[in-house]
Design a protein around this ligand. Structure first.
Ligand SMILES: Cc1cc2nc3c(=O)[nH]c(=O)nc-3n(C[C@H](O)[C@H](O)[C@H](O)COP(=O)(O)O)c2cc1C
Ligand code: SF4
Length: 444
């Protein structure tokens, strides 16, 4: 009788595997508003797929000799844009700050990121909405994004940049345009973008001046002429049909190709695009390398990988799989105090808690990063933020070097797939790396 009652109670509390509590909440929110859901950050990754965690390094033992950490050099110098640009960019480290718009981010955040990247010998990137002059003044190496929206685009600013990034798409929302909700379209942002104050802004998905890869070649030439063939041209894409898209970008004349995986962050995106479009970053880097090898341009066109890169381990694995450098966005915002338990009551007002916040789209960021509210913005101290970003970039670089030395490499760019084993059959099949404990590459 007792066990029957217990069983009945268990049945009563059993959530449906199909209509789980989060699904019920989602349906009811849509039923109340008639709108799809929008949020910041990247995928919440509620399903499993193969990631960099599915790989492990194989440091030296007897078959290879490791390097001494304190005595033997391990270079981290990273050169990008060697193909056609007269002035390729030279960075001290392979971890770069990705493009995040002034609009999605506050003035203080943009300046702190620029100063932090400069201190660490790295680069930072503009974003949708154009360049902030303070960003240029505080950057060592600035990459200027050219996006479909053309918001804030300015040829004089473009000519002040060290590289141009023609953005086709982003990992968080491939196939769609940018999104900036009205709460962030302040007077200043509206003026910069030539738009009405307080109105939601949906940027176009396609560049107005080219339709596809054939006439994109003309666009790349135009950007080269505008910058006198001096600086590298990057082409950035969301990871979708990477094998073909990378070849088309290389054919269009890119010096550097940026592939942003499914885990990529955003200031605001429809949630379904974050969860159900694009391919994961691990798969993207493998496809991108294979594409460049297929057309004989691996090594000549450099590859930057983005999307969910958290630390030097992820970065080292991306490099070992074929990337020349990685971009970080969300990790850099976390360094600036995103999700830190400060102003906890403000997180609660947004309906969230520190460590669970992904509410960048609201414009009410409790720590002053993704907001245009002058009072909230003041909470982000630019000098302190810059120091934290520089520290993160340094720590990540030390982690990459540590792994490279343990694998016997005097240059982090000498890391290779053979330095790793796969921990799952999926990763083995995706990366072409034997599964640990076997000599088998699955799927081959
Ligand atoms: C707050 C925020 C704003 C962003 N704004 C832009 C943008 O203006 N243009 C762009 O190409 N990508 C933008 N992105 C995407 C990043 O450039 C990058 O592709 C992505 O953040 C990489 O993933 P990660 O955040 O996991 O490192 C933004 C990302 C974030 C987090
Ligand atoms: S703390 Fe700010 S930057 Fe971080 S997720 Fe929340 S709103 Fe976005």
């Amino acid at each position: 009788m007792e066990s029957l009652a217990g069983g009945a109670l268990k049945d009563l509390l059993q959530a449906s595997g199909t209509f789980q509590p989060a699904v019920i909440e989602d349906i009811q929110a849509k039923a109340a508003s008639g709108l799809y859901r929008i949020r910041g950050w990247g995928t919440l990754r509620e399903r499993r797929w193969a990631t960099f965690d599915d790989l492990t390094f194989l440091p030296c033992s007897l078959t290879r000799i490791p390097l001494e950490g304190y005595r033997e050099k391990c270079s981290t110098k990273t050169v990008l844009g060697k193909r056609f640009a007269r002035k390729p960019i030279e960075l001290d480290i392979p971890v770069m700050i990705t493009g995040m718009s002034w609009g999605a981010l506050s003035y203080n955040a943009k300046v702190a990121l620029a100063r932090g990247a400069r201190t660490a010998g790295s680069s930072n990137t503009t974003g949708d909405g154009g360049m902030l002059m303070a960003e240029r003044e505080n950057s060592r190496t600035l990459i200027y994004e050219v996006l479909p929206s053309r918001y804030g685009i300015n040829i004089h600013h473009m000519r002040m940049a060290d590289a141009i990034e023609l953005t086709i798409g982003q990992g968080a929302k491939p196939g769609t345009g940018g999104l900036l909700l009205g709460s962030k379209v302040s007077d200043v942002i509206a003026k910069q973008r030539d738009l009405p104050v307080g109105v939601d802004q949906r940027s176009p998905a396609r560049h107005p001046d080219f339709l596809g890869p054939d006439d994109m070649i003309i666009k790349v030439e135009e950007l080269r002429e505008a910058t006198d063939w001096q600086v590298p041209i990057f082409i950035k894409m969301g990871a979708s049909r990477v094998f073909d898209d990378v070849k088309l970008a290389a054919k269009a004349g890119a010096d550097v190709i940026v592939v942003d995986g499914m885990e990529g962050g955003t200031g605001a995106s429809p949630a379904i695009l974050q969860e159900h479009t694009g391919i994961p970053t691990l798969a993207a880097v493998c496809e991108a390398r294979a594409a460049l090898e297929d057309i004989g341009l691996y090594g000549e066109v450099q590859l930057i990988i983005a999307g969910g890169i958290r630390d030097g381990v992820d970065a080292a694995k991306a490099i070992a799989l074929g990337a020349d450098a990685v971009y970080i966005g969300t990790a850099a915002l976390i360094a600036l105090n995103c999700n830190r338990p400060l102003y906890v009551e403000d997180y609660q007002q947004l309906g969230t808690e520190p460590h669970h916040c992904h509410h960048c789209h609201t414009g009410r960021c409790p720590v002053g990063i993704t907001t245009q509210d002058p009072e909230l913005m003041k909470r982000l101290d630019m000098d302190e933020g810059a120091e934290r970003v520089a520290n993160l970039l340094r720590a990540m670089t030390l982690e990459i070097q540590m792994l490279a030395r343990a694998c016997g490499k005097s240059d982090i760019h000498h890391l290779e797939p053979e330095d790793m084993a796969a921990l799952s059959m999926e990763a083995s099949a995706i990366c072409g790396i034997p599964l640990a404990g076997t000599r088998k590459v699955f799927g081959r």
